[in-house]
Design a protein around this ligand. Structure first.
Ligand SMILES: NC(=O)c1ccc[n+]([C@@H]2O[C@H](COP(=O)([O-])OP(=O)(O)OC[C@H]3O[C@@H](n4cnc5c(N)ncnc54)[C@H](O)[C@@H]3O)[C@@H](O)[C@H]2O)c1
Length: 449
């Protein structure tokens, strides 16, 4: 094989050791590869070296702890190990800027540092999410500026990362890997690497452009599907119909190769991917005179949900006859359930609406560093659930972390100000739980429920 010398355990350098890089790094190191995490963030590298994992992904800190001191996983701010690795994986951030265009600063910097260090025979894999054409037209020229040519001297492939935060480590060990090589030899090398590294199915595509579009198509579909669920919820509410009944029943219908698969409504879509990737597809299309209306519509619907959810809470408090000033305990402030990630969290929009309506908001989230909550929300979070809910007019569960599913709302009933609203933003309480809550005197309300 021209790229990737056939060693049993290739040395891997991962450039960009944030969420994706770290999760992939520990996964490969636990499978006996020698991995070096390279990141320009000195604080991140310092924390990892001192045994602290600042990335709030379930199981990640434990995986770092298992590998502590092992030569199989090291961290550095230097690019030197990229020059000696067999495989270099790029996982830096690819944010969007004005007009939803890719901001290439991080990739540019990778190119400047990596190009002069590349050696013939190495395989470079791009994991960062990029628009169609970027591997061939942006990354390959950047890397070739050191004199070596992609596809001739070194291998280059785009292999999108498709993990979901919250279950990243499990998914990395299971999900099929998509490979789009710059040329057939690069594809062959990347397929071989992933089969050896993760022992998962590998789907090879004709080129990086196909793989780039697969990644965007997936997140475009997820965002559009959630937008449909969010609008369906709005349709169900005035009919006193439970949107979850509708979705469960609709989803039983065989359709195409599978079934109808409507996802769940919620207080909104956040994170670093679903809020950006559909726009990357939209921008790429718009630059070619094609209007992707479903992207615009889905983004608008989902961006509107925090405002709708906030207003729903305010309206329900009024309906319950709660006098002002009202207090709401927000449990869970992250962008979705079971993650500690605050990036683009829709909870911020809900809290904004509540505060604008004169509601006092108390925050609690066991998965987030309190200092980060304070920076994001301008208020120090409560230390315990009990502190958060004492005397409140509403409990709003806006991220349905596992911990919240085990709360004893019969016991907590004595602490809140009854009648207390139970707002279900992402718990998806089953009907018997809803009935129990109502028997206890809570007013239950969810999105489309
Ligand atoms: N987070 C996810 O769930 C997820 C899922 C799939 C794909 N992705 C994509 O993967 C990429 C990384 O996402 P993330 O969430 O891990 O981002 P992140 O911000 O957590 O990590 C990126 C890391 O790259 C580092 N970095 C920036 N410039 C660098 C440089 N020149 N050299 C070395 N390191 C540099 C940053 O310091 C940061 O630690 C993005 O393109 C994202 O769209 C993310």
């Amino acid at each position: 094989m021209r790229f990737l010398p056939g060693t049993e355990t290739p040395r891997v350098a991962i450039i960009g050791f944030g969420y994706v890089g770290s999760c992939l790094g520990v996964t490969l190191a636990e499978r006996c590869m020698t991995v070096t995490g390279i990141d320009t963030d000195e604080a991140l590298i310092g924390a990892l070296r001192s045994g602290r994992c600042p990335i709030p992904e379930p199981g990640l800190a434990q995986a770092f702890a298992r590998l502590a001191g092992s030569p199989r996983l090291t961290f550095t701010t230097s690019y030197a190990p990229a020059g000696t690795a067999d495989v270099v994986i790029i996982a830096v951030g690819t944010p969007t800027g004005p007009g939803h265009r890719l901001v290439t600063d991080q990739l540019d910097e990778v190119g400047r540092n990596l190009a002069p260090r590349l050696r013939p025979g190495q395989l470079v894999i791009v994991k960062s999410t990029v628009p169609p054409g970027a591997t061939r037209d942006l990354v390959a020229p950047l890397l070739s500026s050191g004199g070596l040519v992609a596809g001739r001297d070194f291998g280059l492939a785009y292999c999108p990362e498709r993990l979901a935060q919250g279950t990243a480590l499990r998914q990395l060990a299971e999900l099929p890997v998509v490979v789009g090589g710059y040329d057939p030899d690069s594809t062959e090398a990347a397929v071989q690497f992933w089969k050896q590294a993760l022992d998962v199915p590998v789907q090879a595509l004709p080129g990086p452009e196909s793989a780039e579009i697969v990644k965007l198509a997936t997140n475009w579909w997820i965002d559009a599907n959630i937008a449909l669920a969010n609008e369906l919820a709005q349709l169900c509410a005035p009919y006193q119909v439970d949107v979850l009944d509708v979705i469960a029943t609709a989803n039983a219908l065989p359709k195409g190769e599978g079934r109808v698969n409507i996802l769940l409504p919620s207080i909104g879509v956040g994170g670093s991917c679903l809020t950006k990737d559909p726009w990357l597809a939209w921008r790429a299309a718009a630059d070619r005179g094609i209007a992707l209306e479903t992207v615009r519509t889905a983004r608008r619907v989902n961006d509107g949900m925090p405002g709708l959810a906030g207003q729903l809470i305010v309206d329900e408090l009024a309906r319950l006859g709660k006098p002002a000033p009202r207090t709401v305990a927000v449990l869970g402030v992250t962008f979705k359930s079971n993650t500690g990630d605050l990036r683009n969290t829709p909870v911020a929009g809900v809290v904004e609406v509540l505060r604008a309506a004169g509601v006092r908001v108390r925050l609690f989230d066991p998965l987030v560093d309190p200092a980060d909550v304070e920076v994001r929300f301008g208020a120090r979070p409560e230390r315990t659930v009990e502190d958060a809910i004492t005397g409140v007019d509403a409990i709003a569960i806006l991220a349905g972390h596992h911990e919240f599913h085990h709360l004893d709302f019969a016991r907590l009933r004595t602490r809140v100000a009854m009648p207390c609203l139970f707002f279900d933003g992402r718990m998806y309480c089953p009907p018997d739980t809803v009935a129990d809550l109502q028997r206890l005197g809570y007013g239950y309300r969810g999105i489309g429920r």
